[in-house]
Design a protein around this ligand. Structure first.
Ligand code: ZN
Length: 676
C-alpha cells in the first residue's frame, strides 16, 4: 500500500522532530533549509528536488549497494510507460525527438510553449494520461501544428498513436465508474483491448492456489490478452513480456546482491532475481517473505510489480522502485508505535471477532529516499507498507516506511497563504502552524503501522479485492486513515512520549483532515468531475460520513462567512467517537466482504461533489498559483572510477533540471521496443 501526500499545508513540518540535543541532526536541518526545493512549475504540476541526508555516513560498500539498486530501478523505467498505455513509448519517443531537434524561430510561439508543456506533463505522468485524475491529457495545440513539428524534425509516429493524442478514445487510464465494464473502458495496458471485466473475473475464479491459506497473487505480473478467443497471460519476465528491460534489472540486482549488507538481504535479492527470471508467483511470495524478514541493515528497497491501483480490478502490479536509507533517529521514535501495536489493536473500537489476537511483526521506519523510478516517480508516495499479500502480513508481518526526506521537501516548498484562506479561525491556524507537521507525521505512522496491520478477515472470506472489487482500495485506505484518526486523539500518544499535548495534536489532526476531506482537496478536481482516486475518495467518505452523522449534535459546523464556507469542529470528543464508529463499520465490511455496504458507503459519501462549494473553493484557490500536484527529480549518483574501472567513491549531485533528467533517463535506460 502506498500513501500519497495528505494535501495539507504545513509550515513547520519536522520542526518537532529536530532533536535539540543532537548537534549533528541540527546541522543537517540547517543545511537543508538553505536548499532550494523548487525546480519548476507547469500546468498543474510543481517539480521539487530532494536531498539525501546522511549519504556521507554510509560506507563505500553501502553507497555501492544504493547505487546498484537505483540503477536496477531505472532499468525498468520504460515498463511503467508501456503498462500505462500501449502507445506511450512510441509517443514519448516522438515527442522527445521533436523536443530536442526542432530549431528556429518557431520556438518562440505560443504553440511551442503549449507543446513543451504537454511534453512535460507526459513525462510527469509516465504517459499521456494524468497521473492522478487518470484523464487523458489535453494538448494545448492542434493536430496540424503537431504534424508540422513531426515533419520539420523528420519524426515518424504511426496513425493510431498520433490519433490517440487527440481523439476521445481511451479517455481514462483507469475507469472506476459504476455499472460499466471497467476493464474494457480503462486504457491501461494490463489487458488486451477486447478483454472484459467478466473475462478477467472468470479467468481468475478458475485459478486455485495450491495452499488456499496462502493464496498466490494471480495476475500480478502479466498482461491478460485474448488470442483466438482464448484468454492468455503474457508474463513479465526474462524472455517474456518486458524481458529486455528485466534483463537489465537482473544485471544490476546481481551487482547489488554482491555488496549486500548481510546474508538475509542478499538472499532476498537472490529470490527477486529468480522471480524476474521465471515470473513464478510462488517465488514472488518466497521473495516477499524473505524481504519482509530482512530488517537488519541500513539500506532497503522496493523493486518490482507492486501496487495494483492502476488496475481497475486490482490484479496487476505497476512497476516501481524506491531505494531507501534508514533514518535511525526518526525510526527509533516511530518504533514506539510498532512496539505498542497490540495495545492499539486491543483498545480499538473493532468488534472482538475482527481483532487480531497477535499483531505480528509490524515494523516502521523512517527512511530517506535515494532514488525512485516507475510508478513512484516523478510523483511519489510519502509512505509505503508492503508486502500486499494479506497472508504474509498476517504470518510474517510487513515493512512500513515513511519517506522522511520527501515529506521534508514537500513541507518546505509549500505555500502558507492557502492554509490561512481555508481555516475557520485564528486558533486553528495557530495550532496548525505549530503542530500540523507533527500531526501529519503521526497520522502517516499510525496509518501505516497500526492501520494497515489492524483487523482480520472472517474465516472463509476471500481476499478483499475479490469481495470488495473496485472499492477494495478506497475501503482499505479509509480504514487505515480511521485507525490513525481514532488514535490521534488519545492520551496514549502522550504516554508513549510521542507528543507533549495529545489533545492539541488531536485537534490539529482533526481540523486538517476535515478541512481537507470536505473542502480543500477539491482544488485537485475540475468543476463537474466526480472524485475518482482511491485516497481522495476515502478522505471524502470518511469526512462526509462523520459530518452527516454528527449533524444532529452539531459536531462539525458548516459556517458561511462573507460568502465563504468553513468547517468548524465543535465537539472533538464526539468526533473521535464517530471516527471510532466508522472504523468499526469499515472493518466489519472488510472482515465480512460486504460489497453492498462498501458500495453504498463510497457512492453515497465519497464520489459526488457539492458543485456550488467546489466552484467556491476553486475561486478562493485562484489567488494561490501553487499547483496542486508535486513530484520530484531524483538526485544523480555519480560513481568515480579508478584505472581498473572499480568504483572508488560515489558523489551525489542534483540534476540540471526536469527536462534534462527525463531526457537523460530516456536515453540511458531505453530498454524496450515501441510495441511490447
Ligand atoms: Zn495506506
Amino acid at each position: 500500500m502506498t500513501l500519497k501526500a495528505l494535501f495539507r499545508i504545513c509550515l513547520f513540518a519536522l520542526l518537532i522532530l529536530a532533536c535539540k540535543d543532537d548537534v549533528k541532526e541540527e546541522s543537517v536541518e540547517k543545511a537543508e533549509v538553505d536548499f532550494n526545493f523548487n525546480v519548476e512549475q507547469f500546468a498543474d504540476i510543481k517539480i521539487l528536488r530532494y536531498q539525501i541526508p546522511g549519504w556521507e555516513n554510509l560506507t563505500l560498500k553501502e553507497q555501492k549497494l544504493v547505487y546498484y539498486l537505483t540503477e536496477a530501478g531505472l532499468a525498468g523505467r520504460d515498463i511503467m510507460w508501456d503498462q500505462n498505455y500501449r502507445h506511450n513509448l512510441k509517443i514519448r519517443r516522438a515527442l522527445e525527438k521533436v523536443y530536442t531537434e526542432y530549431a528556429g524561430d518557431g520556438k518562440f510561439t505560443e504553440n511551442w510553449k503549449a507543446f513543451e508543456t504537454y511534453v512535460k506533463r507526459v513525462w510527469f505522468s509516465n504517459g499521456i494520461h494524468h497521473h492522478y485524475s487518470n484523464d487523458k491529457l489535453t494538448p494545448g495545440f492542434t493536430q496540424e501544428y503537431f504534424k508540422e513539428l513531426l515533419l520539420a524534425t523528420n519524426t515518424k509516429l504511426d496513425d493510431a498513436a498520433f490519433n490517440s493524442i487527440f481523439n476521445a478514445e481511451d479517455a481514462k487510464k483507469v475507469n472506476q465508474a459504476k455499472d460499466v465494464d471497467n476493464v474494457a473502458l480503462s486504457a491501461v495496458n494490463f489487458y488486451g483491448p477486447d478483454v472484459t471485466s467478466d473475462d478477467v473475473i472468470n479467468f481468475y475464479k478458475a485459478k486455485t492456489s495450491p495452499d488456499p491459506e496462502r493464496p498466490l497473487s494471480y495476475g500480478l505480473n502479466s498482461q491478460l490478452v485474448k488470442k483466438d478467443g482464448v484468454l492468455k497471460e503474457r508474463v513479465y519476465k526474462s524472455g517474456g513480456l518486458y524481458g529486455a528491460a528485466i534483463d537489465h534489472i537482473i544485471e544490476e540486482l546481481a551487482k547489488a546482491r554482491d555488496v549486500a549488507e548481510n546474508e538475509a538481504q542478499g538472499e532476498a535479492i537472490n529470490l527477486l532475481i529468480t522471480y524476474y527470471k521465471t515470473g513464478d508467483l510462488q517465488t514472488w511470495d518466497d521473495y516477499n517473505v524473505a524481504w519482509t524478514a530482512a530488517t537488519a541493515g541500513n539500506i532497503d528497497y522496493i523493486n518490482s510489480f507492486i501496487e495494483v491501483y492502476n488496475d481497475p480490478l486490482g490484479y496487476r502490479g505497476s512497476y516501481e522502485t524506491i531505494v531507501q536509507i534508514n533514518d535511525f533517529d526518526m525510526s527509533k521514535k516511530m518504533a514506539v508505535l510498532s512496539e505498542n501495536a497490540q495495545w492499539f489493536e486491543d483498545n480499538s473500537p473493532l468488534m472482538d471477532e475482527h481483532k487480531k489476537d497477535s499483531v505480528v511483526g509490524v515494523t516502521y521506519k523512517v527512511v530517506n529516499v535515494s532514488g525512485e523510478a516507475g510508478d513512484a516517480s516523478p510523483s511519489t508516495p510519502i509512505g509505503v507498507n508492503l508486502p500486499n499479500a494479506n497472508w504474509i502480513r498476517a504470518e510474517v508481518g510487513s515493512k512500513s516506511v515513511s519517506l522522511g526526506n520527501i515529506t521534508y521537501a514537500y513541507s518546505n516548498a509549500g505555500s502558507s497563504g492557502r492554509l490561512k484562506e481555508f481555516v475557520h479561525d485564528e486558533e486553528e491556524l495557530k495550532l496548525e502552524e505549530e503542530l500540523g507537521g507533527l500531526a501529519d507525521k503521526l497520522h502517516t505512522a499510525l496509518h501505516e503501522v497500526v492501520g494497515h496491520a489492524s483487523g482480520q478477515l472472517n474465516k472463509g472470506v476471500g481476499e478483499t479485492k475479490k469481495t470488495l472489487k473496485n472499492y477494495a482500495s478506497t475501503l482499505e485506505e479509509g480504514r487505515a486513515d480511521l485507525v490513525g484518526l481514532y488514535y490521534l486523539y488519545d492520551s496514549k500518544l502522550q504516554e508513549l512520549g510521542l507528543v507533549e499535548d495529545w489533545k492539541k495534536v488531536g485537534m490539529v489532526a482533526y481540523d486538517g483532515y476535515i478541512r481537507n476531506g470536505l473542502m480543500t482537496q477539491l482544488i485537485r478536481l475540475n468543476l463537474g468531475d466526480d472524485v475518482e482516486e482511491a485516497h481522495m475518495r476515502n478522505r471524502q467518505w470518511v469526512s462526509s460520513w462523520v459530518y452527516e452523522k454528527g449533524k444532529a449534535d452539531k459536531v462539525i459546523e458548516k459556517v458561511t462567512r462573507d460568502g465563504k464556507t468553513y468547517f468548524n469542529i465543535k465537539d472533538y470528543d464526539k468526533l473521535h467517537d464517530l471516527f471510532g464508529q466508522l472504523l468499526r463499520e469499515t472493518q466489519r465490511i472488510k472482515s465480512e466482504g460486504d460489497y453492498l455496504a462498501v458500495e453504498t458507503l463510497v457512492e453515497d459519501y465519497g464520489v459526488k461533489v457539492d458543485r456550488k462549494m467546489h466552484a467556491e473553493v476553486l475561486e478562493r484557490n485562484k489567488q494561490f498559483p501553487s499547483p496542486p500536484y508535486s513530484g520530484f527529480v531524483n538526485p544523480v549518483l555519480v560513481p568515480e572510477l579508478n584505472e581498473a574501472g572499480e568504483i572508488t567513491a560515489i558523489r551525489v549531485i542534483q540534476p540540471e533540471g526536469f527536462s534534462q533528467q527525463m531526457l537523460y533517463y530516456s536515453k540511458n535506460y531505453n530498454h524496450l521496443p515501441d510495441v511490447n
